[in-house]
Design a binder for this molecule. Structure first.
Ligand code: NZQ
Ligand code: ZN
Length: 399
């Protein structure tokens, strides 16, 4: 095991009625004026925003709520919200929702602390030096943003919209309130897409360039087995508390860094993240649901890169699906088939045609590969380094 540093500072408050602890947690973190950010209508319809606002007010904490975050969240919305949070003189930002809301809340928190910067500065190289304390009330198990050090936004204010992420320890919320009951109103498609994303956050770390650390592998393989068991149950029975709580906890653990701790770098294995980059380009152009973009490209990516380390794919198949075959190539292929069956059981697409509702043309494949490489200026992946031609070939293979 090589040296590493691991820090996950987010306090997790899990279980039924956990949101009743909101005011106490805000106070613990010195918040007196809370700017609440939410999405479309789900959190208002369920009464959650009203309950949280009353919980804060009863504790003497001023608060103001603003909705309007859309899936694949936009920098234009984040800018408006930052303006409103500054006008309110917020000293605490509270995101109530999923990855889209929480990533917007992270952007707002950074901008409130450094109003001299435009949000997109942080997404294009300006270091985030300070931030405003941020809390999360999670309503969908998926992105893992409630504990992660990442945030992803789409810049909709430029000619060709682009979807990009930033990574900084200042992205980590002070606390995450996780009540599985809050996720029971989710549409089945969102539960399925969330479970797929959760699987992929560990998958991207599992298929790293440099491996090692047996415990990390065991934890990752356990997480795969858990989400494979409970993801489809949640899709069928959204009111099944046991399934929804397993999915919720898997979502945080999968993106908190633990399933990537290991052999290289100061904090974690350098993950691969190619499927995420392939998927983000699809979302940038077609506004597709994040988890569904991952399942559409995954098998094509796997078959394209598996020759780089066939033994790793075989280990994945044997440990996760119990495939008892000696030949590595056959085991690896069986693992791909089983994973596609899992994605199918979540109701997720297995090709671009299924995802988009049409077979993309050659021009569309070129546009995707161009967006994915930021205009042919970068490669992606570490398990296998992929350039424009590789990326275009993978998109072509999952057409
Ligand atoms: O807007 P509302 O009305 O709330 O509806 C939302 C939205 O339409 C709905 N929803 C959420 N909770 C609900 C609910 N509907 C009914 N009942 C509830 N309890 O679900 C829809 C999707 O919400 P969204 O926040 O977009 O989902 P998710 O958590 O999957 O987040 C996806 C975003 O996170 C980014 C993705 O790229 C995407 O933009 N990611 C963020 C990461 C991070 N910060 O660490 C890592 C991920 O890899 C991912 O890239
Ligand atoms: Zn993801």
């Amino acid at each position: 095991m090589e040296k590493f540093v691991y820090c996950s500072p987010t306090k997790i408050v899990f279980g039924r009625a956990a949101e009743e602890k909101t005011a106490g947690l805000v106070k613990e973190n010195g918040g007196t004026r809370v700017f609440i950010i939410y999405g479309g209508q789900s959190a208002v319809k369920s009464g959650l925003i009203g309950r949280i606002s009353s919980n804060l007010a009863e504790a003497g904490i001023e608060n103001q709520a603003m909705g309007g975050v859309v899936p694949n969240p936009l920098v234009s919305t984040a800018r408006e919200m930052a303006k409103a949070a500054l006008a309110f003189k917020a000293d605490f930002i509270l995101g109530v929702g999923g990855g889209s809301v929480l990533d917007t809340a992270k952007a707002v928190a950074h901008t409130v602390a450094s109003p001299e910067h435009d949000i997109w500065d942080f997404w294009t190289g300006t270091k985030v030096e300070k931030t405003t304390p941020l809390g999360a009330v999670l309503t969908i198990s998926a992105a893992g943003s409630e504990t992660s050090n990442s945030a992803v936004l789409t810049n909709d204010t430029i000619e060709t919209p682009t979807k990009r992420g930033i990574t900084t320890e200042l992205n980590r919320p002070k606390f995450a309130i996780m009540n599985p009951e809050l996720t029971m109103t989710l549409p089945k498609y969102q539960i399925g897409a969330g479970a797929a994303d959760i699987f992929m956050h560990t998958h991207e770390r599992y298929f790293a360039a440099v491996l090692g650390n047996h415990l990390t592998d065991e934890m990752a393989e356990g997480l795969f087995r858990d989400i494979i068991k409970y993801g489809p149950v949640g899709v069928k029975e959204p009111d099944n508390y046991e399934a929804m709580s397993e999915i919720m906890w898997c979502g945080s653990v999968s993106h908190i860094g633990l399933t990537g701790i290991g052999a290289q770098g100061d904090t974690a294995r350098e993950g691969d993240w190619a499927c995420h980059q392939l998927g983000m380009a699809i979302s940038a152009i077609y506004d597709s649901t994040h988890g569904a973009t991952l399942t559409a490209v995954w098998a094509a990516w796997s078959r394209y890169v598996m020759k780089n380390n066939i033994a790793r794919f075989a280990q994945f198949a044997r440990k996760v699906y119990g495939i008892n075959v000696c030949d590595d190539e056959i085991a690896a292929e069986m693992g791909i088939v089983c994973t596609n069956e899992f994605f199918r059981s979540l109701g997720m697409p297995l090709s671009l045609t299924e995802l988009l509702g049409h077979a993309p043309s050659d021009e569309e494949i070129e546009a995707l590969a161009t967006e994915c490489t930021y205009g042919k200026t970068r490669k992606i992946g570490s398990f296998a380094s992929l350039d424009y031609d590789d990326i275009a070939a993978i998109y072509n293979n999952c057409r």
